[in-house]
Every structure is written in C-alpha cells, then in structure tokens.
Design a protein around this ligand. Structure first.
Ligand SMILES: [Zn+2]
Length: 202
C-alpha cells in the first residue's frame, strides 16, 4: 500500500521523533545516578544494547549535544556507546584521573569553548567540566551519528476544519494516522534490570 501517491489536498506526510520521557527533577537525578552506578554493566553489554532497538533508542533530556548557532540533538544511548567505542566522547575525571564517559556537551563551534558532563565509574558521579577549545570535533562526531541513527514516526496528517465565509467551519478534525511507527525504548531502569537478570541467568 503506498499512501504517498494518494494524498488528498488537505493531507501531508510528516516525520516526527518520539517525545522524550517526562522526568521530574527528582526522577532525573535518580536516572542519572542509575547510569553512574551501572555504567560498567552497560559497557560490558554494549553489543546487546546496540543490537536491540528498545535499548539503543533510550533517550533522556540530559543526554544531549548543543551547539550555538546550529541547534541541539538528543543522543540515544546506543549512539553514546558507539561514540565511546570509537574513542571519542571519552575524558579524564578531574577528581580521580580515571577514564570517564561524556554524556552531554554544549558550546560554540566558533570559539571552541564548551562544557560537558562526564560519568566517572570510579567516583560513581557525574562531573561538570569546562574547556576552552576543540569543540568542533566533539560536536561533529555526535551530530553525524545522531543523524545516521535518527528514527522518526511517519505520520499522515489531515488538516482539520477549514473556515469558509459562507459556511463557517467546514470538515471535521481528523486525528493523525501513524503510517510507520518508531521503536519505543524501555526506561534506563528496565534496561539495568534486564542486564542484571542476564548476568544472573548466565
Ligand atoms: Zn573519578
């Protein structure tokens, strides 16, 4: 069935990312801590997380790359794992000197100045850092991978009632119809529980 060819005048196809999970401040802090406490578990199971779309597309508002003049993108967990695996988005913990994993960054590609948060496995904490240069590379790597792995719902949208001077509002409002759905990711909590179960089950 090809809907593209049969669009009516008041219809259009739109592409939309799934909304992010809603988090209260408290839930956000809990989820961040969950990531800190279980980073090693997630890294050990990186292949599985990358393979399973429900795991790959875990997204939160605080996993983000933002660039002045360009915009921002949310980074799925699978993309973070791919960045870390390629050796980018890795830093050094300012507290203990250990290998740490950047989970968000924002800055200016022009001046290069930027800030980021990294997770230290040893300190089990998220640490805020600032740097004066080298933002362009960090930004490009994340933007490229986010674009390559972006997934969107394909939606048929029918425009609602139209105003006519002689007849008033004409036509009924029609709800959006999802033509192709996007994978709904599980929560970080579910991921951690599943990975722990795998570890126990052997
Ligand atoms: Zn540390």
């Amino acid at each position: 069935m090809n809907n593209d060819n049969k669009l009516k005048e008041n219809q259009e196809i739109i592409f939309k990312e799934l909304p992010l999970p809603e988090e209260s401040d408290k839930e956000m802090a809990q989820n961040m801590q969950l990531l800190c406490d279980n980073l090693e578990l997630i890294l050990d199971n990186a292949d599985l997380v990358i393979e399973k779309p429900e795991f790959f597309y875990i997204r939160y508002s605080w996993m983000i790359i933002g660039a002045a003049y360009i915009g921002a993108k949310y980074i799925p967990l699978g993309v973070l794992l791919k960045l870390w695996r390629s050796g980018s988005w890795i830093g050094k913990c300012p507290d203990c000197g250990g290998r740490s994993y950047i989970i968000n960054a924002g800055g200016s590609p022009l001046s290069g100045s930027h800030s980021f948060n990294l997770v230290c496995q040893t300190c089990r904490d998220i640490i805020y850092c600032k740097q004066s240069g080298n933002f362009a590379e960090l930004m490009k790597q994340a933007f490229d991978l986010c674009d390559r792995y972006s997934q969107k719902q394909k939606i048929l949208r029918t425009r609602g009632p139209v105003f006519s001077w002689s007849k008033g509002l004409v036509g009924e409002s029609v709800p959006d119809k999802i033509l192709e759905d996007a994978v709904k990711p599980v929560s970080l909590e579910t991921l951690v529980n599943e990975l722990k179960k795998l570890g126990q089950g052997g």
